[in-house]
Design a protein around this ligand. Structure first.
Ligand code: ADP
Ligand code: ASP
Ligand code: MG
Length: 438
């Protein structure tokens, strides 16, 4: 039988009411045989995510401060959840393990993984489904990517037509111990399971009716996309459209399995389908996304263009310091590197000093208030004037463009603006492309 993997995010399992919706959705389609769950998320804007409380508990435990307060909130949430679902006590054993783990100094990753672990155990019990501990089966390499050996192992554990509940977010690292993906990583687990069982579809159930053409917190009236390609989605997700983890597409893309983003609270809404290709007619641009908090290191040196190896040496400095870079716009006598500010942490002084040593520049300046915004669409390659429209819209809103980058693939145009202009710029670009071009 054709099978579907259905991943339910934090808000879809935030309390018993939401879990009941989730369970009803699973029962509504007999193809939904592998259910991946997150840890309980926020029930309202002021609430805390269980994963955040777990990180806090671990932090306190390692500082030899009582972790009782966050632990009690976590324990209460799971106990209430189990009781309200009619399976009182279903969380007790796993909660006792968590308490013991915190006490004996288990790793940060192990503690963080317990949110998904307990969530999956409780939900499996409530659904009368099989809980599958995939921690030992799903390998995560040093770069945080799922390993190829995981697929046959997971496929073997998920054979038959039973109903399986799988915890998201974690597996084991190269040393065999529990390791978590980066935040939001249950999306990757769902994708890995879909690939492992050769699913017909990977459904990702969340709290929005699909991928909006701009972050709904910035553009509340943003329209949702009906279709988007894997590559477009990756660009948008990487730059801040956080609906789906940007690395979640890789496992399913290789196998050609479509992803369907759906809303648990409005299941009849069409949602967004993520596919290898789409019909480009009419919608050259699919969306706009961006992130604040980039730092630019701007290097000037007369006749830099004539000097061989400057770029290599600058990137060599970043590599030695373990800093990833995003972009490298350059002029005749200048070169800039754009880096996510969190990458630099306390390395900035060392990076500058090293650049001065290996380049002997006339000047080095640092701007730490850059926001990057990407306008994405495969159809852009076939349209004249897209860049003009982009800069026209920003100019009309009085926004100064500090940096521009467009790859040869013409999948996107990236502009850098001052952090304070970020939201205004997203709105300007949304209006220019999404509203005007449709
Ligand atoms: P889950 O807990 O289900 O994994 P997430 O919180 O990770 O859900 O992702 C859904 C959230 O992503 C939405 O509630 C919304 O606030 C945010 N978001 C950011 N950009 C977009 C966008 N372009 N379209 C839709 N939602 C977006
Ligand atoms: N619970 C984890 C987080 O909050 C993973 C996830 O929800 O995808 O990041
Ligand atoms: Mg998520």
């Amino acid at each position: 039988m054709e099978r579907v993997v259905a991943k339910f995010g934090g808000t879809s399992v935030a309390d018993a009411g939401q879990v009941r919706r989730t369970m009803a959705l699973v029962q509504a389609d007999p193809r939904r045989r592998v259910v991946v769950v997150s840890a309980p998320g926020k029930r309202d804007k002021t609430d805390k995510k269980v994963t955040d409380l777990l990180f806090l508990s671990h932090h306190l435990a390692t500082g030899e401060v009582s972790f009782n307060e966050p632990y009690s909130i976590i324990a209460e949430r799971f106990k209430t959840l189990a009781a309200d679902l009619g399976v009182p006590g279903a969380a007790d054993e796993a909660l006792a393990e968590l308490h013991a783990g915190l006490t004996r100094g288990e790793s940060r990753d192990w503690v963080a993984s317990r949110g998904e672990h307990i969530s999956a155990r409780v939900i499996a019990t409530a659904m009368g489904a099989v809980f599958v501990e995939t921690g030992d089966l799903l390998g995560i390499d040093a770069h945080g990517r799922p390993t190829a050996e995981s697929y046959p192992k997971l496929a073997a554990a998920l054979t038959g037509d039973g109903l399986f509940v799988v915890p998201g977010y974690y597996g084991h690292g190269p040393n065999g111990r529990v390791k978590v993906f980066s935040r939001g990583g249950s999306d990757i687990t769902g994708s890995v399971m879909a690939r492992a069982i050769g699913a017909a579809l990977y459904e990702n159930w969340t709290d929005v009716s699909g991928f909006m053409m701009a972050d709904p917190r910035i553009v509340p009236q943003a329209r949702s996309m009906s279709e988007v390609t894997y590559s477009e989605l990756r660009e948008l997700a990487y730059m801040g459209a956080s609906v789906l983890h940007d690395e979640a597409i890789f496992p399913v893309r290789e196998a050609g399995i479509p992803i369907h983003i759906k809303n648990t609270n409005a299941p009849d809404d069409p949602g967004t389908l993520i596919l290898p290709t789409r019909d480009l007619a009419g919608t050259p641009v699919v969306g706009v996304a961006g992130r604040r908090d980039f730092t630019v290191i701007h290097i000037s040196k007369a006749m830099m263009n004539k000097e061989l190896g400057v770029g290599r040496r600058v990137l060599g400095v970043l590599e030695t310091q373990g800093v990833n870079f995003e972009h490298m716009p350059s002029g005749i006598d200048t070169m800039s590197v754009v880096v996510a500010t969190e990458e630099l942490q306390d390395k900035l002084d060392d990076v500058i000093e090293e650049i001065k040593r290996v380049i002997q520049p006339d000047d080095v300046q640092v701007f730490d208030d850059l926001a990057l915004i990407t306008t994405v669409g495969l159809g852009m390659a076939h349209q004249v004037g897209i860049a003009g429209r982009c800069f026209g819209a920003l100019a009309q809103h009085g926004i100064n463009v500090r940096m521009i980058s467009q790859g040869m693939a013409e999948l996107n145009i990236i502009v850098g603006v001052q952090r304070d202009d970020f939201e205004e710029a997203v709105r300007a670009l949304y209006e220019a492309f999404v509203v005007d071009l449709s």
